[in-house]
Write a protein that binds this ligand. Structure first.
Ligand SMILES: [Zn+2]
Ligand SMILES: [Zn+2]
Length: 239
């Protein structure tokens, strides 16, 4: 009977796809199969934002500086695939809020390509995700940045470490009015676990979205305080 069961499963799958054809999570166009269309895949693999020459934050296309250089920032540089707009924003949203954890493979693969293209990131010792607060982790069941960092680690050979703990449940940064409020919100949000040796290590810190940079800055400061020699950022999209 297993052949019949498989046949029935195939038919019900085909019928389901007929009623609800799969669509790309990036741009909503119909696709034959998979999660992301070819055009979005190409964009993910080839698009990269530049880096602000003054402060190292990501640069939006065709803008010479980031406009935030005056606000202190402890990371050497942050690399992002694209601006926070479709397909990046829709892919991140599906990964975070619709439990489409398989998208971490697609996005992580693109981030790994970005690491390979950037000697600074490629030459780092460790890759480390921005952690969620345990209350948020319990709610969501996974840390999207952790999934992304793990994919990048597998593809690039960088060692995955998780030295940071989020000690304050800070809520979402995007709902705050300005950069100052975001920096205030992140104060004291992270600490480094005891017994982790980060001395003279160069660390790539991974997050899904870069908004003001306050989250990466707060996490980066703790890593530097624990002895890291440099912190570099890696994100899917920058707002
Ligand atoms: Zn698409
Ligand atoms: Zn700048």
């Amino acid at each position: 009977m297993p052949a019949l069961a498989a046949r029935l499963r195939f038919l019900s799958r085909a019928f389901w796809d007929f009623l609800f054809p799969p669509v790309c999570f990036g741009c909503d166009t119909e696709i034959e199969s998979g999660l992301v269309c070819e055009s979005c895949c190409t964009r993910l693999a080839t698009n990269r934002l530049g880096v602000c020459p003054r402060c190292g934050r990501p640069l939006q296309p065709r803008i010479p500086t980031c406009g935030r250089c005056q606000t202190p920032f402890c990371l050497d540089r942050v690399r992002a695939l694209g601006s926070y707009a479709p397909p990046y924003s829709s892919l991140i949203h599906a990964l975070k809020y619709s439990h489409k954890t398989r998208l971490a493979q697609v996005l992580g693969g693109a981030l790994a390509g970005l690491v390979e293209s950037d000697p600074e990131l490629k030459g780092a010792d460790y890759i480390c995700p921005v952690p969620l607060h345990r209350a948020r982790l319990r709610e969501r069941g996974y840390n999207q940045s952790g999934l992304l960092a793990a994919e990048v680690a597998v593809s690039t050979g960088l060692s995955l470490v998780e030295p940071l703990v989020r000690v304050r449940n800070t809520g979402t940064q995007t709902s705050l009015p300005d950069d100052e409020a975001r920096t205030d919100n992140m104060r004291g949000a992270f600490r480094v676990k005891s017994g982790v040796d980060l001395r003279d290590r160069r660390i790539v810190l991974v997050d899904d979205v870069f908004t003001s940079g306050a989250t990466l800055d707060a996490g980066g400061r703790q890593l530097l305080k624990a002895g890291a020699s440099a912190v570099l950022g890696l994100v899917v999209a920058a707002a």
